[in-house]
Design a protein around this ligand. Structure first.
Ligand code: ATP
Ligand code: MG
Length: 183
């Protein structure tokens, strides 16, 4: 499933509604430090159902809402919509009759997130599964955060190994083996 458009409003530094068309092929985002490049990648991650505020570089999820600046008051709502092309009908059954899928996540300060797919309210889990299923193919979505490559290179061997195990999807086997040995 190809990402075709990203729309943000009140999300981090993107206080005004902003729409970005994502053409097929490679897309680069360039700009000076602090202009919001990483915020854009985080908007993608967030719309896909991220639950960790820490991985969004915040203390709590409300921190993704525009916090105000010297000349603009803070906001109480943030929303991000991710548009997907489902031409090839690769989406899970519950969404697979849709030619274009619009996933919207919205957060209201103090009351958490809600999700909609093409305007209809769905569970966080439905959105997470939509992307988890898409991730099993060769064209999976992989987001590598800033600094992760450097951290991997500089990591202790044991830490690097646990990361590789996580990537290989075998982390769960260790805890199961440990459980078996205790019996
Ligand atoms: P670099 O090139 O250094 O990696 P970048 O382009 O990736 O920079 P970001 O980290 O995406 O920049 O953006 C950082 C900016 O976003 C900072 O100015 C920060 O104040 C602003 N920002 C982050 N969260 C919020 C928020 N909730 N409200 C307002 N501004 C925010
Ligand atoms: Mg950055």
């Amino acid at each position: 499933m190809q990402f075709t458009k990203l729309r943000l409003s009140g999300f981090k530094s993107f206080v005004d509604a902003t729409e970005l068309v994502i053409e097929p092929g490679m897309t680069g985002v360039v700009g000076p430090n602090g202009c919001g490049k990483s915020n854009l990648v985080e908007a993608l991650r967030w719309a896909m159902g991220e639950t960790s505020a820490k991985s969004m570089r915040g203390r709590e999820m409300d921190d993704v809402i525009f916090a105000g600046s010297s000349d603009r008051p803070s906001r109480n709502v943030a929303d991000v919509t991710l548009y997907l092309n489902n031409d090839e009908r690769k989406a899970p059954a519950m969404f697979n009759d849709l030619e274009e899928i619009e996933v919207t996540r919205r957060i209201d300060r103090g009351s958490g997130s809600t999700y909609r797919v093409n305007g209809k309210e769905v569970r966080a889990r439905d959105v997470q599964l939509l992307f988890a299923d898409a991730a099993t193919g060769a064209h999976s979505t992989a987001l590598v955060s800033q600094g992760r490559i450097g951290a991997l290179i500089n990591a202790k061997p044991a830490d690097r190994r646990s990361l590789l195990e996580e990537a290989a999807g075998i982390t769960g086997l260790h805890s199961r083996r440990h459980e078996a040995e205790l019996r």
